[in-house]
Design a binder for this molecule. Structure first.
Ligand code: FES
Ligand code: FES
Length: 224
């Protein structure tokens, strides 16, 4: 018998502190560790039969995810349960979209997906692949604010500001759909977003300004 083998057995029998307490010697433990490290952290999807078709099953481990955000490609290995909002904020450092309710109720996380407003907290990052995502950061025009962003400033349309990025993105979707929205269309277009500070008057002024160059609401109030 090899010397090493007999030493390993002796360690197991003696309960030496070099054994892992579970009957595994330090040498065996290191061998096991080497095997574990060699297993790749990212695996491709398994294919299963469902409804007569082969469908991919992702996870539960991390899978490669590629997103197109503001015209740029972002890649990360993410668990399939990760939301678009968490991917944007925690992996890609795009923190303009805010996490407030994290359950599809407040609109603070609103982004555009192929031009339509969606709650980023309610879309899985893995499902956002292949779509064009636009966040509030993507509305900037070079180093200048988008006219809607400027209109929110001009109309004093924020207080704490937590809801503001979501409202600006929702306003963009509204004005893309209705360049000259009626008051009813404004109410409907922003109905998925909440402002706890109650800056709705300013927001309506901002949308009127962005839509048609109306005077800022504050100036209009003073009769400027
Ligand atoms: S954080 Fe997404 S809807 Fe509130
Ligand atoms: S400005 Fe504070 S929640 Fe809207």
């Amino acid at each position: 018998m090899l010397k090493e083998d007999s030493r390993d057995k002796q360690e197991i029998i003696s309960g030496d502190s070099n054994t892992a307490g579970s009957g595994v010697s330090r040498r065996e433990f290191l061998k096991l560790g080497a095997v574990t490290v060699a297993v790749p952290a990212v695996v491709g999807p398994r294919m299963v039969q469902a409804g007569g078709a082969e469908v991919p099953v992702h996870g539960p481990g991390r899978v490669p995810v590629t997103l197109t955000v503001n015209g740029k490609r972002y890649q990360a290995d993410l668990e399939p349960r990760v939301t678009l909002l968490d991917a944007l904020r925690d992996r890609f450092d795009l923190t303009g979209s805010k996490r407030v309710c994290d359950r599809g109720e407040c609109g603070a996380c609103t982004v555009l997906m192929d031009g339509k407003s969606v709650y980023a907290c309610s879309v899985l990052a893995i499902d956002a692949q292949g779509h064009q995502i636009t966040t509030v950061e993507g509305l900037m025009q070079a180093d200048r604010l988008h006219p809607i962003q400027q209109a929110f400033i001009d109309n004093d349309a924020q207080q704490c500001g937590f809801c503001t990025p979501g409202f600006i993105v929702a306003s963009k979707a509204l004005l893309d759909r209705h360049p000259r929205p009626t008051p009813e269309q404004v109410v409907k277009g922003l109905s998925g977003n909440f402002c706890r500070c109650g800056t709705y008057f300013g927001m309506r002024g901002a949308i009127a300004q962005a839509a048609g160059g109306a005077k800022p609401a504050a100036a209009a109030r003073k009769g400027a």
